[in-house]
Design a protein around this ligand. Structure first.
Ligand SMILES: [Zn+2]
Length: 72
């Protein structure tokens, strides 16, 4: 689930919280504060990846993820 804000990631930066860093994969996991969407940014890539809760947990096992939101 994405919202109009995180589809424009990474601006505004105040809308995102950094949750975890994958040093090996050169990736950072962000949380959209507006809709709780999990977003992975890989250093060498321009486009963000919008991850599901399960994908984020697998790729960032140390991250403390927010509780899942039920679909409206
Ligand atoms: Zn969002």
């Amino acid at each position: 689930m994405t919202c109009s804000k995180c589809l424009r990631f990474p601006v505004p930066t105040s809308n995102y919280e950094e949750l975890a860093i994958d040093i090996k994969g050169h990736a950072t996991l962000y949380l959209c504060k507006t809709c709780n969407q999990l977003i992975k940014m890989v250093e060498e890539e321009r486009a963000p990846h919008y991850l599901s809760h399960n994908e984020a947990q697998q790729q960032f096992p140390d991250a403390v993820l927010p509780p899942r939101r039920r679909p409206q």
